[in-house]
Design a protein around this ligand. Sequence first.
Ligand SMILES: NC(=O)c1ccc[n+]([C@@H]2O[C@H](COP(=O)([O-])OP(=O)(O)OC[C@H]3O[C@@H](n4cnc5c(N)ncnc54)[C@H](OP(=O)(O)O)[C@@H]3O)[C@@H](O)[C@H]2O)c1
Length: 315
Amino acid sequence: MITSRQLGQHGPVVSPIGIGTWAWGDRLFWGYGDRYGAAEVEAAFQSAVGAGITFFDTAEVYGMGESERLLGQFCREVSVPVQIATKFGPVPWRFTQSSVLDAVRASLDRLQVETIDLYQVHWPFSFLLGQDALFEALAESVQKGWIRAVGVSNYSADQMQKAHDSLARFGVPLAVNQVRYSLVTRQIEKQGLLERSRRLGVTILAYSPLAQGLLTGKYTPDSPPQGARRFDARFSAQGLAKLAPVLNVLGQCAEAHDKTLGQVALNWLINREGVIPIPGAKNQKQARENAGAMGWSLTPQEWDALDRVTRPWME
Ligand SMILES: NC(=O)c1ccc[n+]([C@@H]2O[C@H](COP(=O)([O-])OP(=O)(O)OC[C@H]3O[C@@H](n4cnc5c(N)ncnc54)[C@H](OP(=O)(O)O)[C@@H]3O)[C@@H](O)[C@H]2O)c1
């Protein structure tokens, strides 16, 4: 049974699942402040920690800093060690190494911590700054003790290899690549990214592991999600019809283990070598349910059935 995972080969040890906090403070996409707010996400945090999840993923851009602020505040309320991952936005106007150091300091400030466990580059562009200069600045942040481990996000296999090699020149290992990965977004397998990350000893942080709620099976043409997801074709009547065979197999596995569909979808990721899913949770119920994906395993037959029914989603 998997009880913990290391970020890369030398990074911090974390719980086998993390909680993503994009929705904490984000009004535009998720509707924070409308149907849920600070009290609900605080309950999600407390519930996750109580159930053994101590790893949280945020970004400076989530809620324009609010997600980092909330997470930092909640961490001070618990006595157990919590590992925080956040992200740097390589935007065109950050073209000097000192702007990278400024961004790290600003995140430390919002999070109210002395060291960030994992600092990730949010997307693979660095404009005038260049990737080598960016990674040199991040290596300097490691040397200063501001960050423990360095990661990237949304990098292809080749971009990840270059990031790995660039960081290695400064004696810093690349710990993670955070990418979209779920039963219905399996492109990283086909593209060779999963395989390459395993070879390099880079952990995959699987974002949107519930396909933004789709894999919980709670959405139907009559009860679509609120907000921006209403415009996503995957949530349309046609998209949901395409998903039905997957939900059917998930349902059979869920029944056999007395689990929910979402817990099965997350368990499939937890039990993949070198993968840590980071589902979002907006409230206590979702955090508790997502934690219930830990501590058990699908049978080889169930694994095969899920693999077969989701093969079309590798394309
Ligand atoms: N690096 C990147 O570029 C990037 C991009 C996207 C995400 N991420 C990271 O990955 C995290 C997770 O991704 P995500 O939020 O896009 O998608 P996700 O984890 O697949 O889905 C999260 C959403 O599903 C619903 N949900 C979660 N748990 C549930 C449960 N137990 N029962 C029923 N519904 C549940 C909630 O929305 P409703 O209640 O509204 O349905 C929740 O906001 C983010 O928070 C962020 O940290 C990173």
